[in-house]
Design a protein around this ligand. Structure first.
Ligand code: NFE
Ligand code: MG
Length: 504
């Protein structure tokens, strides 16, 4: 039995350790550990509830807009104004969140994942021909200017032509991400950690100038997503088709809705437009409505006291760093006591089954090109494809929302701060289902619990010993070179883990 510890896993956000036992060319067991404590939930206790949106965004610089939306929804709920958010407020929240999705998706594919497949050494012969690629090769190579020598020299299959395409887009995607950041800033003031998304709506009413600036960037981004990002994913998928059969994890999937058009309490499970939520088992055609009381967290193998167990309205997060049987700062969320995969593959599967017309249309094009079935989305390549298809779908939704803005009308509702109350905010974040649960007492936050996408995906074992989704996706995988299990790195990265979020 060979034991391997990958610590830290690079090219992800945050601090993740993966431990593998490999025997007979196969991963026999896997453990996923979040190795850095954060403590944001404890930080929120005792504060003015209006601070929640500013503080929870500090959980993460990659997906802060998702935390801004979840906290604003939780405050709308606690302040009893969730039916009064002006249409402009809802639409601009969606536009800010959508812009953040675009940045996050491109970051993940090009700047975090593509080097699992692209060998920068393939660019070497092209140095003189293209100064930009020369710069990239130098950047990815050694600081003394020596040629790039990957630590792992095995399974790179793209070859020169595709590598050059992906490398060019790696650079172009930096510019596109900058534009997506600017779009967040147009309505949200800045990125990361926007100031615009607040309880009651958003602070900035739409005007012709901001709409024009936003729309021109969105058009440019759409062209890139449609003509470079999605085709680039399909190009890699074409060469690495076996990765549609690698990295399948748990058979259960969960999504909250997202990009709400209506009162979120009515629409978080089923929206007219936007992203639809629900729970789905792989063998079933039927998406179930979510029963939110069935969401619990387990801390049997997490460094928290027993108060961390249970439904997020009741649990507390108190660190217990000496706990014997624990191996992670990530808790273990379960739905009906079972681990669920969250993220673009789960969402696209659920939206496909639920009849989300826009998603079905975009997904069918990609599935036809690859000859795959929708059931193959929960796999390494399927997750990359689902993310790109979702990104294009959201860009197209954003085109509609920007047209629905009404300059001259309000974007924010006034409210009185209540002394007590409780609130729930659920949204889709780039990496999956994000929930904030809030309780207010004497005008202050009494308890604030976050259950975050990567908390679901990177969770450790629960009290029954059932592994989390990333652990399960690793177990059983064949590895070509047990000393360099590239398959494991590709599986982990396909989930786009963000450990800063997962621990929070
Ligand atoms: Ni830090 Fe996040 C997203 C949230 S993930 S990136 O997407 O919420 O766990
Ligand atoms: Mg939490």
């Amino acid at each position: 039995m060979k034991r391997i510890s990958i610590d830290p896993v690079t090219r992800i956000e945050g601090h993740l350790k993966i431990e593998l036992s490999i025997e007979g060319g196969k991963i026999q067991s896997a453990r996923s550990s979040g190795t850095l404590f954060r403590g944001l939930e404890a930080t929120l206790s005792g504060r003015d509830p209006r601070d929640a949106g500013r503080i929870t965004q500090r959980v993460c610089g990659v997906c802060p807009a998702a935390h801004a939306v979840a906290s604003a929804l939780a405050l709308d709920d606690a302040f009893q104004i969730k039916k009064e958010i002006p249409k402009n407020g809802r639409l601009i929240r969606n536009l800010i969140l959508g812009s953040n999705f675009i940045h996050s998706d491109l970051l993940h594919f090009y700047h975090l994942s593509s080097l699992d497949y692209l060998n920068p050494g393939d660019l070497a012969g092209l140095k003189s021909a293209d100064p930009d690629l020369q710069d990239l090769e130098t950047y990815l190579g050694t600081s003394d200017g020596a040629p790039f020598v990957p630590e792992y020299s095995g399974d790179y299959r793209l070859g020169g032509e595709v590598s050059v395409d992906i490398a060019r887009d790696y650079l172009a995607a930096l510019e596109i991400r900058k534009k997506a950041h600017q779009m967040v800033a147009i309505f949200g003031g800045k990125m990361p950690h926007n100031m615009g998304t607040v309880a009651g709506g958003v602070t900035k009413p739409p005007d012709i100038d901001s709409i024009t600036k936003f729309r021109s960037r969105l058009e440019e981004i759409k062209e890139f997503v449609e003509q470079r990002y999605l085709p680039g994913v399909l190009e890699i998928a074409d060469v690495y088709g076996d990765y549609f059969e690698i990295g399948q994890g748990v058979p259960d999937f969960l999504a909250y809705g997202g990009f709400y058009q209506d009162d979120f309490s009515k629409s978080h499970q089923k929206t007219e437009k936007g992203i639809l939520g629900g729970a789905l088992s792989l063998g079933s055609e039927e998406v179930e409505e979510l029963q939110l009381e069935k969401i619990t967290e387990k801390v049997t193998h997490s460094w928290y006291t027993e108060a961390g167990n249970g439904h997020p309205t009741k649990s507390k997060s108190q660190p217990d760093p000496d706990k014997e049987e624990a191996y992670s700062w990530v808790k273990a969320p379960r739905y009906y006591e079972r681990p669920h995969e969250v993220g673009p593959a789960a969402r696209m599967l659920i939206n496909f089954r639920r009849g989300n017309e826009l998603v079905r249309k975009e997904l069918k094009v990609a599935l036809n090109k690859t000859g795959l079935s929708v059931k193959q989305l929960p796999s390494v390549m399927g997750r990359h494809m689902a993310r790109a298809v979702e990104c294009l779908s959201i860009v197209k939704m954003m085109e509609e929302w920007i047209n629905e803005l009404r300059p001259g009308e309000p974007s924010l509702t006034q409210y009185e701060l209540p002394k007590s109350g409780s609130g729930l905010g659920l949204t889709s974040a780039p990496r999956g289902a994000l929930g904030h649960w809030l309780r207010v007492k004497d005008g202050r936050i009494e308890n604030y619990q976050l259950v975050v996408p990567t908390t679901w995906n990177a969770s450790p074992r629960d009290g029954k010993g059932t592994p989390g989704p990333i652990e399960e996706a690793l177990i059983g995988t064949r590895v070509e070179e047990p000393d360099s299990p590239i398959e494991a790195a590709r599986i982990v990265r396909s989930f786009d883990p963000c450990m800063a979020c997962a621990v929070h």
